[in-house]
Design a protein around this ligand. Sequence first.
Ligand SMILES: Cc1ncc(COP(=O)(O)O)c(C=O)c1O
Length: 456
Amino acid sequence: MIETELEALSFPDAPKMVTAEFPGPKAAAALAQSARTESMARGGGRMPVVMDQARGVTFKDPDGNTFIDLSAGVGVSSVGRCHPKVLAAMREQSESLMHAMEVNSTKRTELATKLSEIMPEGLRGNCITYFTQGGSDALEAAVKFAKRVTGRHQVIAFHGGYHGVWQASGALTTGTAYRKGYGPFMGGVIHAPYPYAYRFPFDTTHKSAEQIAGEYVDYLLNTPYTAADDVAAVIVEPVQGEGGYVPPAPEFLQLLRKACDRSGALLIVDEVQAGAGRTGKMWAVEHSGVKPDMLTFGKGIGGDVPMAGLVMRSDLAAKIPDGSAPNTFAANSVSAAVALTNIAILQDPALNLLERAHALGQEAQERIRGFNSPFVGEVRGRGLMIGIELVEDKVTKEPLKGERLGQLMGYLTSHGVLMIPCGRYTNVMRVMPSLTIPRKLLFKALDVFGEGLAKL
Ligand SMILES: Cc1ncc(COP(=O)(O)O)c(C=O)c1O
């Protein structure tokens, strides 16, 4: 019954290619025009895909080719695109109020109240939200406010972390593409190893990557080398996203919590990509039972419209001076109405999307392992946040070569499936569809992926 309901939200015949060549003539013209008019500093601009209209987990390009989207717009469309309830909320809200300046509006207050109810323990019922437009600015705010409330200056972040691309958020982010030639970023950021067990730089014979990485942060925070009482915050993705879909064991966040408690640094979890139900819980930090001091959200909370922000413990928020961080476009009433609708759909007991994400994710991982491809080094993930690490050789773990990845991506897009890579070597394919993906479409798309692997 639920499957039929979910199937009705998407184009029924996906994937379906109707042009003799891919990209078709209209898409090819649109791609060429885009290259002439828009900066390719953005991500994904060179992919041969042009979206024209979308429904649920499917979209059509201007030539009428229909795709299944396993990327959900980089984890954004948590309930699928153009959900009828979202469209109704947008229509209704846009007829009464959209931009409200920065004064109070009923919808932004309603959303801040709802966020407080759905926060993880430690913040739930005892927190204050600061709204932003996107994830990067939520992280800019997190750094700025952490410094203001602690009176400290340094921040610890992690290898492989992605938190945005500007001066503070970009300083937290690692990766050649985001850093080379753009520095120096904000100073005072110390990067520590993330427990990426598949490619961990230290020997894990006697201790897990989580233990080593967690203990190292304790060492950084609680020894004199880093001016121990000058670290304002540890900022961490509970499951690393752009860095390669890396889900650490709960012990890692638990060790970070202890280390922060010893030193007085704040623990800030960046849930921009892993939050909003993607991992099978509303917030990925909830898999560890750890209570964060601040949490950043974005992507899947807003879905079809921009909505992001920072949630902080009320006592911390009380230390931030009024009017010290204005933000003209934050918490537009339409965005707030959409976010409230998305949350209601995610929490709808009849759909049970979060538990479904958990079960479906496990099934999907099994299906991928079952392809028995010599190029699959590891399949990992939590819920519908799955990474498939592709390698040339399972023993040496040499990352899949660019040409082979290009061949795979070409196969997928020309067969109507959109998947995007991530990871330190851009060799981890992500399965991160909308949580409303019908079972049938998920496995259809994965089978296309399996065929693509078999052709390599
Ligand atoms: C964990 C995380 N934080 C922050 C960001 C930045 O968000 P935005 O692109 O909305 O600025 C991203 C984007 O991918 C992200 O994955």
